[in-house]
Design a protein around this ligand. Structure first.
Ligand SMILES: Cc1cc2nc3c(=O)[nH]c(=O)nc-3n(C[C@H](O)[C@H](O)[C@H](O)COP(=O)(O)OP(=O)(O)OC[C@H]3O[C@@H](n4cnc5c(N)ncnc54)[C@H](O)[C@@H]3O)c2cc1C
Length: 314
């Protein structure tokens, strides 16, 4: 690990050929050419200059939250991975019933910090792996509530490397859809609306959500949560469709459809990213053949894949 100390005082960590398996909940993924994790209050300035230099040099930059929704290629990621995890923390604004959360904050830490000050509103996210930036980018949804339901404003670094405040606009958000998808912006922070609630009641709900996730086997094996999006037009949850086709337990190499849940793909311990991708494609093929339905992966396939079908470019 290398400490960077530039003349402008930026600090952080930088590694070459950093295995991404250590930065994803699936525990797969080859090396990033460069992995950089800026630390300290200069994060926005450092990130803006890094994005600017990389763009002018034609170097791709992938922004990493907590890696909880990713399948990184076994070949890794070309260019720079900008890790946001050190840009963390919450500022409460009691007069406005709002909290500003920096994008790298672990979702559970944000929910707990709010509970500690008797602020409710984020409980539905308890137990979901990920960062606030990733949850916003994905417009994560748990227990019938989406992140956009409590969002007031986002601050981003836009494509021209300016810091821009974006007030919440409901038309920009939908089921697992946010205005950041399809753009190359860095989410710096977001403000959420909260309401006063006794911390014991908040903690009771948080524990109930975590217990429910545990009982559904969310943490039994490395995974990235739901493999496929739901689609109202299918008439039932995707997991149920996959169950009814008898695909639970289907295995490709070290990747398997969880024997207890049709919409969770697990790493049994020896999975490669390719195993996961082949399994996803196999499930899609079987669902299309049996039901005529085209499933849409919720997992994000990123990095250096030969076949670019459903790959998100950084
Ligand atoms: C056990 C388990 C259970 C899960 N349950 C749920 C669930 O109930 N509901 C749900 O919706 N999801 C669920 N997930 C998936 C995952 O937790 C969410 O999608 C989460 O929001 C991903 O956040 P992340 O920080 O890990 O993002 P990452 O996986 O690191 O990145 C996801 C995307 O966001 C982008 N991104 C991340 N941070 C930023 C930023 N600061 N600026 C710009 N772009 C950024 C990345 O570039 C990438 O495109 C689950 C996952 C696991 C492992």
């Amino acid at each position: 690990m290398e400490k960077i100390n530039t003349e402008t005082g930026f600090t952080g960590q930088l590694r070459y050929d950093e295995p991404m398996a250590g930065h994803t909940t699936f525990k797969v993924g080859g090396p990033a050419d460069v992995w950089v994790r800026p630390q300290g209050d200069c994060f926005p300035e450092y990130a803006a200059s890094l994005l600017g230099i990389a763009r002018s040099e034609g170097i791709p930059v992938f922004i990493l939250g907590a890696g909880a929704n990713l399948v990184v290629s076994d070949q890794g990621i070309r260019g720079i991975v900008l890790d946001t995890s050190a840009w963390a923390g919450c500022d409460f604004f009691p007069d406005n019933g709002a909290v500003l959360i920096r994008s790298g904050t672990v979702v559970d830490d944000a929910v707990s910090a709010a509970a500690g000050q008797d602020w409710g509103g984020l409980e539905f996210l308890a137990g979901m792996p990920g960062s606030i930036g990733g949850a916003l980018w994905m417009n994560a949804r748990c227990y019938e509530k989406s992140v956009s339901d409590v969002l007031l404003e986002t601050t981003i670094i836009d494509e021209s490397w300016n810091q821009v405040r974006l007030p919440f606009n409901a038309a920009d958000y939908g089921y697992k859809k946010s205005p950041f998808q399809g753009r190359t912006v860095l989410i710096l922070s977001a403000c959420f609306t909260l309401h006063k609630r006794p911390r014991l009641a908040i903690r009771r709900d948080m524990e109930a959500y975590c217990r429910d996730r545990e009982s559904k086997g969310h943490y039994r094996f490395p995974s990235a949560g739901s493999a496929f999006k739901n689609n109202r037009a299918f008439g039932k949850p995707t997991g149920k469709l996959i169950d009814e086709l008898g695909l639970r337990g289907l295995i490709v190499g070290g990747a398997a459809v969880a024997p207890w849940h049709g919409n969770i793909i697990i790493n049994t311990g020896i999975a490669t990213a390719t195993d996961i991708r082949v399994l996803v494609e196999l499930i899609m093929k079987k669902t299309k053949a049996a039901l005529g339905l085209v499933l849409e992966p919720e997992l994000l396939f990123v990095g250096d894949w030969e076949d670019k079908t459903f790959i998100r470019e950084p």
